[in-house]
Design a protein around this ligand. Structure first.
Ligand SMILES: Nc1ncnc2c1ncn2[C@@H]1O[C@H](COP(=O)(O)OP(=O)(O)O)[C@@H](O)[C@H]1O
Ligand SMILES: [Mg+2]
Length: 259
């Protein structure tokens, strides 16, 4: 074996060991091209390492998005803000910087069904993921079921710890179903554990004055709200359901045709 072959083999072994898989894939072709084009060594190194970095970032984003467990994936770019003029775009742009994550602040999205609360929560969470922070999405009802189960199995401390470690926790759909006493208590424990440590995005179809009813207890509801609202951006969406938009147009057309 000549010296070049040995170097070549060692290079590939090292690329594999260092998990530089993208460089490993493109190296042969790239070297040939770089040789023809007389690319400088510094340019060649920069190209290879930059390509590897981009690939690693993309893979990591895909993995963290899978962990997040969104019910659907929709970005802020896909949100039509002209349809929902009650939303202040400046507030959304500020949240998009993810400073609220650095500052361990919360976001609460309120409004009737179909106005885009879940879409915005997911869109913001995707921005958080793009900024390399861990994120987890959970529907409120599932959350309470999981916490109840953990308590029943004597596993509550571990479960609360796991749910507290994410930089962002999205809790969707508070208020669709009422809490029982134990559910309200477990929810309070989670909010207390995350308070001033990590951010929460929460959505609800009920205004804060109805939270006593949701939690079945005014004292616990105000203790929860106190912690959530201490450092929080509240977005109150007052508008029409996007889900009904097309249906309304169809109804209007049918009504028009009948005239
Ligand atoms: N302003 C909007 N622009 C684009 N799509 C929207 C908008 N508002 C809602 N949607 C879409 O309508 C559907 C319902 O919105 P969603 O966020 O789930 O509503 P909810 O407020 O009930 O959580 C989703 O498919 C969402 O992507
Ligand atoms: Mg929703």
């Amino acid at each position: 074996m000549n010296n070049n072959t040995l170097i070549y083999e060692r290079l590939y072994t090292n690329l594999e060991r260092l998990k530089l898989t993208k460089i490993s894939q493109i190296l042969d072709n790239y070297l040939e091209r770089a040789n023809k084009e007389k690319t400088s060594i510094i340019e060649a190194l920069d190209y290879l390492i930059e390509t590897e970095r981009i690939n690693k970032d993309e893979t990591s984003l895909i993995m963290r998005t899978n962990v997040a467990g969104f019910p659907y994936r929709k970005t802020l770019e896909q949100f039509d803000f002209t349809f929902q003029p009650s939303i202040d775009i400046k507030v959304i742009n500020e949240l998009k910087t993810v400073r609220f994550i650095h500052n361990k602040e919360n976001v609460i999205l309120l409004g009737p069904p179909g106005v885009g609360k879940t879409h915005l929560a997911i869109g913001l969470a995707i921005e958080v993921l793009r900024n390399k922070f861990s994120t987890y999405y959970i529907n409120c009802h599932q959350l309470i079921t999981q916490l109840n189960k953990a308590q029943y199995e004597n596993n509550l401390t571990t479960k609360l710890k796991t749910l507290s470690k994410y930089k962002l926790l999205v809790i969707d759909e508070i208020g669709y179903l009422p809490f029982d006493k134990q559910g309200a208590n477990l929810f309070f424990q989670l909010i207390s554990k995350r308070y001033e440590k990590n951010s929460i995005i929460l959505t609800s179809n009920k205004s804060f004055s109805d939270w006593g009813e949701i939690f079945g207890d005014n004292v616990i509801a105000s203790a929860i709200l106190d912690r959530l609202l201490h450092h929080c951006t509240v977005i109150n969406i007052k508008g029409e359901s996007y889900r009904l938009k097309d249906r309304k147009r169809t109804f209007a057309k049918i009504a028009g045709d009948r005239k």
